[in-house]
Design a protein around this ligand. Structure first.
Ligand code: XBP
Ligand code: MG
Length: 251
């Protein structure tokens, strides 16, 4: 351990609260469009988040109700419709970044820390969020954008983190993962990474035992202090999470 060289960012739930009002709504629009009599309400979607990956989640929803899922090509085409709807929702500008995300990304970028993405979501969904919520200048600021089906096994498998680090030519001892969910945390841990977790309404009760820092959000200097749920390194002055805290976790 020693030096922080790279921040590996999860996307859904970490950069923005995309699940409830983004992905979930897009799945429902796609079901409607395809004439499928199914709508995922907020609590149901919370249960379905146990399975990562949109196509995998659709299949799981059939299987858990004891129904035969559609063929893989039909699921893929339904999921493509969902991605179109998701891009449309994001383009409406309705998906703000979570508190502190832009501040922390900017601080790290200006300090010369390598930035990368390691997410389960589809590349087109990631690109929409970067374009409309972060800003197009950020496309080039992520050295690697690892997303979706590029690896065979999605989170909680560590594959997407391993892939991203391989692309970067970096080892886990100089990288820190930023996550929001139990599945994401396990993926990071099993890739040998340290990990900061920012919980949200869907993930607050999940098991983050062993994570390096668990907080309600990254926070902002001029807002209320964040809630600290677990502080394994005994970091002080945690009104909001700063780059200095992330460096201390790696020290
Ligand atoms: C995110 C996911 C994704 C999104 C939907 O998990 O599981 O499947 O819910 O996106 P994580 P797609 O934040 O752990 O990466 O429909 O594009 O898969
Ligand atoms: Mg996530």
């Amino acid at each position: 351990m020693g030096m922080l060289k790279c921040l590996l960012w999860d996307v859904d739930g970490t950069l923005a609260d995309t699940e409830r009002d983004g992905h979930r709504v897009a799945f429902n629009l796609a079901f409607d469009e395809a004439g499928i009599d199914r709508q995922w309400d907020v609590p149901t979607y919370g249960e379905l988040l146990a399975v990562t990956g949109g196509k995998e989640r659709i299949r799981h929803d059939y299987e858990r109700r004891g129904l035969q899922p559609p063929a893989q090509e039909a699921i893929a085409s339904l999921h493509a419709k969902k991605t179109d709807h998701y891009q449309g929702l994001i383009a409406e500008g309705r998906m703000p970044l979570r508190p502190g995300v832009h501040r922390l990304l900017t601080e790290a970028y200006e300090a010369g820390i390598t930035l990368a993405v390691a997410t389960t979501t589809t590349p087109a969904a990631l690109d929409a969020l970067i374009a409309h919520s972060l800003g197009p200048e950020w496309f080039d600021r992520f050295a690697v954008r690892a997303a979706g089906d590029i690896v065979p096994a999605k989170k909680p498998a560590p594959d997407i983190y391993v892939y991203a680090m391989h692309q970067l030519g970096l080892s886990p001892d100089v990288c820190l993962a930023m996550e929001d969910s139990g599945n994401g945390w396990r993926a990071a841990r099993d890739a040998g990474l340290r990990c900061v977790v920012t919980v949200n309404d869907y993930t607050r009760g999940q098991d983050f035992t062993g994570a390096d820092l668990v907080v309600s959000e990254f926070g902002e200097p001029d807002a209320e202090p964040i809630e600290v749920l677990d502080n394994a390194h005994g970091l002080s002055d945690l009104h909001h999470v700063r780059l200095a805290h992330l460096r201390q976790i790696m020290a």
